[in-house]
Design a binder for this molecule. Structure first.
Ligand code: DX5
Ligand code: ZN
Length: 229
């Protein structure tokens, strides 16, 4: 393909030890994570509950790279300032989460964060056609959001369509769900920039034995970048 892009790996701490987030974040960064992906779930927009702004603020003290906060909540707008205060660098909201995603993206940028927009598997690429000048990142969900460790849903056609729509705008494409060394190459070839991975990064390791985290990160990155060579 001759594309000379570097793929970023963003481990999701949804697969970390929930009693030890600080050390887990330090471990994945020491092992080569580019970003730290933080999954906020409200038990309403998605059928699971994780943590809210106070926990995210506590994670911030340990994140040296980029804190990539994916909010699976509805409503969104009333919580934007809280996530800005918590120290999110990127705040990604779902296009399906509320009636006015355009306003939400404006508000995220106005609060000083990069604005991301996420698309569930059932939502077409065209849903972001009028949002691309307001967004810094489009997150393509390759599972239905709510849980780690689910089976990958192939969205390479959507990724290709988004790459075309984005053109030369400075908008990153992020993939979230079921990413591993097997699924990563097709996603990278289709135009992904950032790969979120939870179970495929944390499997086999722990804060006491973090080297598998590094091996897992390198395996995903190598598989993805090989598809660009
Ligand atoms: C799912 C979350 C993902 C999840 C990915 O709702 O948004 O970030 O942690 O987990 P894996 O990589 O295990 O599919
Ligand atoms: Zn996520």
């Amino acid at each position: 393909m001759g594309q000379n892009r570097r793929i970023k790996i963003a481990p999701s701490i949804l697969s970390a030890d929930f009693a030890d987030f600080g050390r887990e974040i330090q471990a994945i960064e020491a092992e080569g994570a580019d970003w730290v992906h933080v999954d906020v779930m409200d038990g309403h927009f998605v059928p699971n509950i994780t943590f809210g702004p106070p926990a995210v603020a506590a994670f911030r003290r340990h994140v040296k790279t980029v804190m990539d906060v994916h909010i699976m909540i509805s409503p969104v707008d009333s919580y934007i300032d809280a996530f800005a205060k918590a120290g999110a660098d990127i705040l990604t909201a779902h296009v399906e989460a509320g009636p006015h995603i355009h306003r939400t993206l404006q508000a995220i940028r106005a609060a000083g964060m990069k604005a991301g927009v996420a698309l569930n598997p059932g939502t077409p690429a065209e849903a972001v056609a009028h949002l691309l000048d307001l967004t810094d990142l489009v997150c393509v969900m390759t599972v239905n959001p709510g849980f780690g460790g689910q089976k990958f849903i192939d969205m390479t056609g959507k990724v290709r369509a988004l790459r075309q729509m984005i053109g030369d705008r400075p908008v990153l494409i992020e993939i979230d769900g079921g990413v591993d060394p097997v699924t990563a190459p097709g996603l990278a070839a289709a135009g992904a920039d950032v790969l979120v991975a939870g179970s495929a990064v944390f499997r086999g390791g722990s804060v006491e034995n973090p080297s598998p985290y590094g091996a897992n990160i390198r395996a995903i990155r190598a598989a993805a970048e090989a598809a660009l060579a």
